[in-house]
Write a protein that binds this ligand. Sequence first.
Ligand SMILES: Cc1cc2nc3c(=O)[nH]c(=O)nc-3n(C[C@H](O)[C@H](O)[C@H](O)COP(=O)(O)O)c2cc1C
Length: 354
Amino acid sequence: MKKLPAVKIGDLTIDPPIIQGGMGVRVSRAGLAAAVANEGGIGVIAGVGLGKFENRPGSEFESINNDALREEIRRARTLSKGVIAVNIMVVLSNYEPLIKTAVEEGIDIIISGAGLPLELPKLVENTNIKLIPIVSSARALKIICSKWKRNFKRLPDAVIVEGAMAGGHIGYDYDDLVKDKAPLLDDLIVDVVSLANTFTPAIPVFAAGGVFYGSDIDHFLKLGAAGVQMGTRFVCTDECDVHDNFKQAYINAGKDDIVIIKSPVGLPGRVIKNKFIENVQNGTTSPTACNFRCLKTCNPKEAPYCIAKSLTSAAEGDLDNGFVFAGSNAYRCNEIIPVKELMRKLQEEYAATE
Ligand SMILES: Cc1cc2nc3c(=O)[nH]c(=O)nc-3n(C[C@H](O)[C@H](O)[C@H](O)COP(=O)(O)O)c2cc1C
């Protein structure tokens, strides 16, 4: 049987070569990450907003989220001996404290996108932690490599290339996305792989955004990727830590329900349409008071809605006051299954390719 190949990231062996995408807020925590790590992939805890900060004074925002991240990493370690990573977005106002917490807890890998993580190597000095940036172009990888080499004498241990079909925030122009003019992931992978192969050793490239079936994995491996990162398909698993209403929104979604909105993060985001999203699109939501300033880029006086409140509500199952991030293939989800079975299906689908 044709078997998914393993990939090495430094001294770590990832087999199968699948990274479960970090999903905030509170979607991928210790439960999902450990389940994926137990199957040989990389399990990723999304570091954003893990603590229940929304009901607390703003002065506690940083410590509550640090404590919660620490707890999730420790919980994942009790559930799995596999490879555990954290996803921490550059755009977060508490980026450095979260990275520091992950370093103190001896995390295996830090994955960082939504901005260029140009200073990240400095924060992990004298550790064996692997660093994986998420980029949307070969140019972004080039900038990261030249800065890291010059300032820190190191390169990324792998890179994730995220294309326009991904869920959550997407690194392209809003107008390009809605007009289907964003670059194709196929082209991006070819470009990034050819850049990644100029380094010794070559930097392993992972394709993300719209990878759903084992046949998609086959496709990107044939284009030169070493593996894939998948988010959407992991939401509809038993172990995914989010509220069941969130998973059911995926199961119930049709293709046309999956739309692009503008986000206070400063990037467009892909979501499943509901009443809240209709209000955002009609311009009938308005700025709310903010006492925690979670994002470097948000101006709460002008933001038409609070992304933290929306995503924390959704994570807790309240879809009247929030919305669900989802990849463009979310409408293909039609069952909630254990991670073990999902990994088996992906292997089977892969084996069925030529
Ligand atoms: C619900 C949801 C939340 C996400 N949150 C984050 C996040 O916090 N940080 C991040 O870098 N990417 C985030 N993403 C992107 C995923 O990690 C992944 O790269 C992307 O969804 C891949 O595309 P796919 O969903 O089509 O597999 C999120 C995606 C989803 C669906």
